[in-house]
Design a binder for this molecule. Sequence first.
Ligand code: JDK
Length: 264
Amino acid sequence: MRVDVITIFPEYLSPLDLSLVGRARARGILDVHLHDLRQWASDVHRTVDDAPYGGGPGMVMRPEPWWAALTEIGGAGGPDPAMGRRPRIIVPTPVGRPFTQAYAARLADEPWLVFCCGRYEGIDTRVIEEWADDEISIGDYVLAGGEVATLVMLEAVTRLLPGVVGNAESVVDDSFASGLLEAPVYTRPPVWQGHEVPAVLRSGDHGAIGRWRRDTALLRTAHRRPDLLEAVDLTEHDRAICAEHGMGDHGTAGGADPNGRVAQ
Ligand code: JDK
């Protein structure tokens, strides 16, 4: 997969050199190109912002440098000779559609992505109307720009690319693939600070382990994220487990949080 990122702070994307994403790049699975938007600013001061029409605080990113950057990088509208087609152009914004695991999976199927990282109060909306395929929010809080949102999305997408995560099962089996939060995980020692690893996980009975994980995932989801349960088809067994622990299948604060504390 090819990825272009346009930003006034290319250094902000330096975590892409590290860890899982860095390794995917070193192995040629991911081909990242960072671009400094100011290289497409035409005046001597390399200005990319201006005051907002209608007044108000802060500055807005001017359309012309974005236009020049996108035209040169490959969003030219028509088919690009090198890639055979135009990239999917993504603009992180606090007013976008929510980023989800399902959307990450769709992006992982694309051959070519372009991320446009705004700063200040954002990019002149005419650029977005003309070029953007998707305006995406990574959550309901306001960042200072699109760079960190781009890092978040690229990390989620990269681990879905074939060959990046060694054990393909660990990607398919993720939280959100099942629609449930995952059960907790443990490693040695068997007792630590007085906390014991559940006996079933040390039993070697893989049927029982599978059921324990499913039940714990279900109860955890009912307690912490009842909203997620709306989209899950619960079996009779699932409903019985919920009832047994004093929760309806839409969750309730009644039951104890299974194997985990609620953040204080
Ligand atoms: C891209 C600039 C910062 C944007 C105006 C006024 C109250 C703020 C600052 N999920 C998510 N969160 N934040 C982003 C994101 C922020 C960005 C940019 C993405 C580019 N900023 C910014 C808008 C405002 N707005 C009313 C809320 C202020 C993505």
